[in-house]
Design a protein. Sequence first.
Length: 510
Amino acid sequence: MFVEKVLERATKSELCSILVLLVISLSIYTFYATLNSYLRSVLLSLRLTGPPSLPFLGNCMLVTDKDLMRKCASKAFDLYGSLVRIWVLLFPFFAVLQPEDLQVILSSKKHTNKVFFYKLMHNFLGDGLITSSGSKWSNHRRLIQPAFHHTLLEKFIDTFVDASQSLYENLDASAVGTEINIAKYVNSCVLDILNEAVLGVPIKKKGKDMVSMEDSPFRQGKLMMPTRFTHPWLLLDGIYHWTKMANDELNQKKRLNDFTRQMIKRRREIQNNNNGNGERKCLLDHMIEISESNSDFTEEDIVNEACTFMLAGQDSVGAAVAFTLFLLTQNPDCQDRCLQELESIFSGSNRAPSMADLLEMRYMEMCIKEALRLYPSVPLIARKLGEEVRLANHTLPAGSNVFICPYATHRLAHIYPDPEKFQPERFSPENSEHRHPYAFIPFSAGPRYCIGNRFAIMEIKTIVSRLLRSFQLLPVPGKTTVEATFRITLRASGGLWVRLKPRDHPLTDH
Ligand code: HEM
């Protein structure tokens, strides 16, 4: 009542003054709230331990340490406890390691916002599901989620099968008997799958190739963010904007966007003319349908989300396939068990796998999970706390920056005894039953878990089973260990080496 009366009597200029006063008060309040949260985070970080840091740079240079994963991440809990202090320049971050604490953060809708440096990936990933926050993220997630429903995933299996067959033919023609870095071969298979499943570009078939995949700009995508961290002045957009690197990044973004727009146009033409010529439905088709019934899901949103899928599903799956194949090479008993399982599923038939067959590959799934435990493709995730949280006897203020490091959590010896050993049995139903659900988080967990996780597991099973049905994987003497290197996607520096021996009785000739 009182407010209404005041507003009735106020003149225009008085109303303006009230508005300005409100904006100033709000800005001062936000400034003090942010400062208060920052100072409380600093005080907390001074009470915690973490890796030694440099003045101003903090722990930024750790990203250049090739041995970071072995020296620091795998021993983080023993060295520093369950809550670890890390400085990113002058900003304190808290690495949370224990499953119980991770659940508090990951399961809550209050903590779904990403930290500032995800913005540095905009030019690479676009403003899509991975980098966006708030209502934009939740709306897009709600709209896109049904496209990954398991009944629709079945439609992608032919794509997985065709790409795996091409990979097999390529290896059979050029790599049998020699020592090969399997990671290199796998990557182009994964890109072929994404090109068809996301953008609708058919997998190369000799003689009738619609778009040359060699021209796909997604093959050469490069992320500049790590360089910006090791040269922190480049984190300031005002400076970065003038560098050659920024220019290259913008050109790259333009190439990715133009290519994607060209593919959207093509899919629209196909839909309008109803002349799919038997072409498979792709994620662009789903997103075009979404935009037709939701005016706020624009063509730019389709481009951003498609670029996100193309980049999020590339190195992550490539690494998971390569690590799984390598670990099966080093563990012949597990490789034999996978083969026995394939023999019992296909009983001598050379047919390609169906969805039901892939679901039957239970032991192989245990091997893939164990590979993802040891070498989670995404070694680091970050979140901004939406409200105060109490963890490990400490209070993390609202606005704190949190790191989640699956690589470190997956090596907690009290959860995974002898953590460096490859033991797929850890993921048998009996052994998984009593494990904390947030102790295995290669795909993250909670409302922002990986939208492509089922797609990825089906894809990995199809590729690995295709190769195992035709080749015995043999180790390369002197190249039997992994040097895991920290990148946005985990890498094995020096490669993942195997030798392929054709099986005397291949389980398939396709
Ligand atoms: C082995 C393969 C994969 C692994 C290990 C993986 C892992 C992850 C992780 C850890 C996240 C959370 C990232 C964060 O919060 O910062 C994530 C998110 C995401 N992933 Fe994956 N991913 C894989 C494959 C895929 C594939 C094949 C696609 C798409 C075709 C995909 C699309 C996405 C998207 C869109 C998000 C963002 C989800 C959201 O925030 O709502 N991923 N993934």
